[in-house]
Each structure stands twice: as C-alpha cells, then as structure tokens.
Design a protein around this ligand. Sequence first.
Ligand code: 13P
Length: 253
Amino acid sequence: MRQQIAAANWKMNLTLEQGEKLLDEILGKMGNLAANRQAVFAVPFPYLAMARQKTGVRAQVSVAAQNCSNKKSGAYTGEVSVDMLNSLQVSYVVLGHSERREYFQESNQLLAEKLDICLAGNLKPIFCCGESLLIREANTQNEFVGRQLEESLFHLTAEQLQQVVIAYEPIWAIGTGKTASSEQAQEMHAFIRARLAQQYGAGLANEISILYGGSVKASNAAELFGQPDVDGGLVGGASLIADEFTAIIKALR
Ligand code: 13P
C-alpha cells in the first residue's frame, strides 16, 4: 500500500527559535500516525540537526532537506552534499522545486544528476514537477510534465524509482492562494501515474506516492487527498502555521 504523505516545505522562512516552537507544537498535536501515513518536514539546512533531534525516533515522522548538490564533495563553496545529509540522518531531499528551477536555473538534466547522487546515497528524493500558467492556458501541461519525468526520472531502474516520491506542483497555484481544483489535480496525477505505468509497469506505478502542492490548506486538504491518485501534499505557507499543518496531516487518507 502506498504511503500517504504530508510534507511541510518551510522554504526560506522562520528563525531557529520560531522553527523549534512550530515543530514542538505540531509534534505535540499531531498524535501517532497509522503505518501508511507520514509527516515530513523539509526545513532549511541550518535547522536540519534541530529537526532531527526533535523528531528523534518518532515513527512515521521524517526530516527532509530542500536541496542538495549534484557533486559528491570538494571545492564547491556553499553547497551541501548527500553525505552531509546522511550524516544527520535526513531521510528525504526535495528536488526540482519550481523555485529552484526558476531562480537557480535547475534543468531537467541537472536534476537527473541530483537524483542519481541521492539514490546512490540512499536518500529519498521528493521530485517536483509542474507547469506554468502559460503552459496550462495552452493546454500543453501533460506534454510539459511528461518531459520533466522523462528527462529527469526515466533513466532510473525500477528499484531506484521505487525510492522516489513525486510532487506535482502547478506553478500557478504556488503561493497564489489559487489551488488546482481536485479534478485538475486528479487528472494530472492520473496522467503521471499512467506515464510511470507505461515505463515501469502498473505494479510499480501503483506503489509511488504522488503529492499535490500549491495552496494546500486545512480547508481544502481533505478534498484533494480524497482523490484516488493524490497521496498527500507538499505544503508551503500553511505548513508554517501549527494548527493548519496539523489539520493537513490529519486529512491524509
Ligand atoms: P504554497 O503551499 O505556499 O502554495 O507552496 C507550495 C509549495 O511550493 C510547496 O513546495
């Protein structure tokens, strides 16, 4: 049975003290999760050790980085390697967020390299994909997202793909308050799963968690997560509010 995941993406927000308080509050309120549910906290690099320490050995709760280097080690000032993240027992890395694609010119090819280095280090990627408003208006979103999958993921072996979580985040819905309708989300998630099935077989495609991201809130989470191919969410703004994110975790199927 595939995992249902509520992943918080704090992005570049909060001081250490604010982050500690937020995590304490959510961990205190969320209760224990069933075996098919997970809460993941993608926190800024300087807070990873704090988040690991607070989440400790709590079942079904993991910590994620928001990025990592495509290089193993060496003279790359300012970069953070997979080995460094492993030494903190971080479980996941968000890769290919649209903000990194847009502001840091991350290409599908670079992301393929990052996926390889993460998987070689047993770090699970949360691979983001999704189209801009222009592409949505031209109704070419399936071709666009299909290409993101092909160019970054489809060189992986089935065994490797099994470790990947996919997050569909339409750029026009990120931070805009404009959520994709549950039908639009379901339609794209079904398309992504169908592409995975074509490439890797239906059995494996069925095991991959596909999260939706873009203005997920406590008030719309249950409807989005109720769609058959939506396996939870990658949440920005609402993950910074303890009651909101706790409710989103509780809305998981
Ligand atoms: P918002 O939830 O703020 O729209 O952000 C979504 C996102 O980018 C999560 O990675």
